[in-house]
Design a binder for this molecule. Sequence first.
Ligand code: GLU
Ligand code: MG
Length: 434
Amino acid sequence: MMELESGDVALLVGTVVDFAGVTRGKGVPVRRLTTFHESGMGASPSWNVFCVDNGIAFTSTIGVTGDLRLRLDPDRVRRIDTGLAWGPANFHNQDGSLSPLCARGRLAAIVDDAAGQGLFPLMGTELEFTLTTLDGERLPKTSWAAYGMKAVVAHREFLVDLTRTLEKASVWPEQIHAEYGEDQFEVSLAPASPVAMADACVLTRILIGIVAARHDMAVSFSPLPWAGGAGNGAHLHLSLARENAPLFGGGEGPHGITADGGSAIAGILAGLNDFLGIYAGSVVSAQRLQPGSWSGASACWGLENREAAVRFLAGTAGNPHGANVELKIVDPSANIYLAAAALLGSALNGINAKLALPAEVGINPADSPGKDVMALNTEHAMILKALEHSELAARVLGPDIVEGVAAVRRHELEQYADKTPAEIAEAVRFAWSV
Ligand code: GLU
Ligand code: MG
């Protein structure tokens, strides 16, 4: 912290992510760091239920009265730009206790639960995003090549600046590349403990926004920036270990999956419809989850199956991080802390209930005879209902969070009910940008 105070930093911003997936924050002069951590800065409980259009979706526990404290996590604070430092924050009550509305605190609690059972999770995430002009239009047309070197050359100044900026802020990208869709790129982050992963994801989005602006561009983190175009995912990778022994490798099951590892996968699959409103619950999310878009739109698992909701990655010489599962259906409209909590919570639920690993799907699920059984909910209203009525979601996230998420997403559903897909895509194109 001394380093901050003796350096050029003037402003320190602490961020939280609301239930609609939007990052919000409060700043203090850097000399107030300790107060920001110990007492916190005031924020109305409604901060959690601000909507993508800045409407407010009040719930039975969130109204116009009351106050929460945004308390900075001092261990994660770092300088991120000239004069500017950042850190993640938790929502506390005025008496100092953690608020049941705090998404980051909820994730930490589930990680603690896992530790109590001797289980240690690591998570990684992939940030897909689409570059636009500063006024939000498509970049001038080029002949885009998916994963093409052409895009790297065309945007090299942005990409080099981004790489440097991320590493300078102690964010450790594993890969940076052009994606499939036009003007779409991806940064994937190294595995870390879940809260650290989610914090790094929030910071990476901020830095992508800062660097893009330096190069006269804006960034869309919408699950579907243009109707009918390529979607942006926010895939989550999970590995679990018990006493240093991985659950997804070295066992007797298919591809070395252990019995607990199989139950974890079964739990993730069993929780998909309950948690779809958390993973991909925005008004444009279901449009992204189309078969054939590698967004994992089928409720099944398979080795390196990019059309399965759960892609299994075996531990091989080519995969030094070891075996893990990738949940592909998550998109960037999700609150990353809640998505990670839902993923870990469902895996733990599968382990505790000793659920059996379902049969692997080794082909494109769209070509499978069981394709109807594997179809996920696609109706927004149904997705929200499943979340609201889920006993699992209430247990993993707590009823106040579930009610709040359903409220902000229902606001989107109602607000955009009479709009075309193109109009909806345009309305929320920059809702999740920083
Ligand atoms: N853009 C795809 C999605 O929406 C993912 C493409 C990939 O496999 O990286 O999830
Ligand atoms: Mg990708």
